[in-house]
Design a protein around this ligand. Structure first.
Ligand code: ADP
Length: 580
């Protein structure tokens, strides 16, 4: 019952399964102790009634009181144990689940993060885990424990009087049957609610991220309207979903309680025909209220369990996503990057076909081509952010698919367009390039990257906090910080995505200077947008629709008169237009 399938179904850790077992065990004990109490009550009552009706002597009062106190104490102790086993242990489970999910995320291929957006992942780590926590603590232990104790009680009742037992217990399987029969409806609506919730948080995140642009183009109203619509939609599917499950739960609860009516009917019939005495019916009525109690508590939660299936599935998706593995050592001979008949598909559709080229150490290799031709994809593959689908990529003769991505990335510096800066000081943001670098080394890198001038002008110099994602800095300044990071890291391979956003002349010159210091002697693969960079490159790889269209130096390619020449001429024309 508590095997691997159970663990997967509820996205539990191995320890979590143990905890649920403990919770179920204590629930069984609690339910049985309560039943013991009920039996004593029955025993005392029947003695008392016997005295009243027939004048038989009262059974030992002292013993009766002693037993009641004993069971009262037992009940307190077992309830405490149950509480500890269900709630207390589960809080640890929540913590270790979040940690293990985060650890798993850390090891996933970086490309995965491009596929699932941030709002979605945050929702899984926080919201889904919260929802599962409720199921782990409030539902599973109680439910499975109650199944077991009810089975024990059912056997006892059946032995006493099987007709009355059936009249009393038929409602339980009927209620559960109804709920389980309709679980598909519940999980479908939960899927819809989840999607709507992600749309809302996506919308809010997008609005916050782009608030400047939205204001600049005066689109606040339209944006808010869109957001409002998403929120309304979320509310609507939620109400509809809750209404559906609410009706089902209440129906199930009513069906279960019909058992009381049938017990009285059948019991009355059997008393009248003289086959049982009144006290037995009384016992049954006492017992069934106790049988229903734990189920009543969990009926509402069962619905939650169905709904939580979507959360569990989303967590399992993270657990089960294959992680990029590889050797912990990376000892290439030199740092030439060789693309050997590489093909690649993000999902089903192949976007790179049979791409072969070599980026040599000490040279700048430029990737050029129209938008969507596969330049960024090539750069990502070169750093094993994704794994190739066909062919191979070798660095210094070593197939990078055999190297642990974390180890591999130690040899790479990436200067990409979307520079990520943290809400920390300038100094610490640069130090990210190399953990443990001294302040002096950080300053030297900053100087080489032309960060000096602007950093010194900040109120606290290098110790000035730069705001979340560097919002207090200009585009050129942000880029220079990321170049300083790369300079500090001094990795033999540099992947560079030139900014398309035009920088002012002064900034551009400074960025160029910083870059030329960074790139000297490295293996450089650059996604080039500016003619100046392209012309300075030692080798140009022209991509078109995911294939290498041409390859060579700028001079050679101009002479050939192919795609490269057409692009160069087009850019010149547009530059002239801008001047006019
Ligand atoms: P470029 O950098 O030359 O503009 P890309 O390498 O970004 O081109 O894109 C190449 C192709 O791959 C395009 O058709 C693009 O739509 C597709 N693509 C890029 N990134 C992804 C992704 N994360 N998931 C699916 N398809 C993608």
């Amino acid at each position: 019952m508590f095997g691997e399938k159970f663990q997967r179904k509820y996205a539990l850790t191995a320890q979590g399964v143990q905890n649920i077992k403990k919770g179920a065990f204590w629930t069984v004990i609690v339910n049985l102790v309560v039943m013991g109490g009920v039996s004593i009550l029955y025993w005392l009552m029947s003695g008392f009634i016997g005295t009243l009706m027939e004048g038989t002597p009262l059974p030992g009062i002292g013993m009766g009181i002693g037993l009641v106190i004993l069971f009262g104490l037992l009940s307190v102790v077992t309830h405490l144990q149950q509480y500890k086993a269900t709630y207390g242990l589960v809080y640890n489970e929540v913590k270790s689940t979040r940690l293990s999910l985060a650890e798993r995320l850390r090891k996933l291929p970086l490309g995965y993060f491009g596929k699932r957006d941030l709002a979605d992942l945050t929702e899984t780590l926080m919201g889904d885990v919260n929802r599962m926590e409720h199921v782990w603590s409030h539902v599973l232990g109680y439910l499975y424990g109650s199944y077991f104790s009810t089975a024990v009680i059912a056997v006892c009742l059946l032995v006493c009087d099987w007709r009355l037992a059936i009249a009393c217990l038929w409602g339980v399987p009927a209620a559960f049957g109804l709920l389980f029969g309709s679980r598909r409806i519940a999980s479908r609506s939960s899927g819809r609610i989840k999607k709507a919730a992600v749309r809302v948080s996506d919308g809010i995140q997008e609005a916050l991220e782009n608030i400047r642009e939205i204001r600049a183009i005066n689109q606040e109203e339209r944006y808010l309207e869109g957001l409002n619509r998403k929120i309304d939609e979320h509310e609507r599917v939620m109400i509809r979903g809750e209404l559906g499950t609410g009706i089902l739960i209440n129906a199930a609860s009513v069906i279960m309680r019909l058992g009381v009516a049938t017990t009285i009917l059948v019991g009355a019939d059997r008393i009248l025909s003289g086959r049982i005495d009144f006290m037995l019916l009384f016992l049954f009525l006492l017992v069934i209220t106790r049988v229903y109690a734990p189920f009543d508590q969990s009926l509402a939660l069962i619905a939650e369990m169905f709904v939580s299936q979507v959360s569990a599935d989303r967590m399992m998706e993270i657990y089960e996503m294959p992680i990029a593995k590889g050797a912990e050592v990376f000892e290439p001979k030199g740092h030439d990057i060789v693309f050997d008949h590489v093909s690649f598909a993000y999902d089903q559709k192949e976007v790179l076909h049979d791409v072969s080229f070599t980026a040599r150490e000490g040279e700048i290799t430029a990737l050029v081509g129209p938008s969507g031709s596969g330049k960024s994809t090539c750069a990502r593959l070169a750093a094993r952010l994704w794994d190739v689908t066909g062919g191979s990529i070798r660095v210094g003769g070593v197939d990078i698919a055999t190297v642990d991505p974390e180890v591999l990335l130690g040899d790479y510096s990436m200067v990409f367009q979307d520079v990520v800066l943290f809400d920390d000081t300038v100094m610490e943001n640069i130090r990210l390039g190399r953990h443990g670098a001294t302040d002096e080394e950080v300053r030297a890198a900053a100087r080489a990257a032309n960060c000096d001038a602007f950093a010194e002008q900040l109120p606290q110099g290098y110790d000035t906090p730069i705001g979340e994602n560097g919002t207090k800095l200009s585009g050129g300044e942000r880029q220079r910080i990321s170049i300083a990071r790369a300079l500090l890291k001094d990795a033999p391979i540099v992947l560079l995505d030139e900014a398309t956003a035009s920088l002012d002349v002064e900034n551009e010159t400074k960025v160029q200077e910083a870059l030329s210091r960074l790139l000297a002697g490295k293996t450089v693969l650059v996604i080039a947008h500016r003619m100046r960079t392209v012309e300075a490159a030692d080798k140009i790889v022209v991509l078109e629709n995911g294939r290498v269209a041409e390859m060579g130096s700028s001079g050679e390619l101009m002479e050939r008169g192919g795609l490269y020449r057409r692009m160069v001429e087009l850019q010149r024309q547009s530059a002239q237009w801008r001047l006019e």
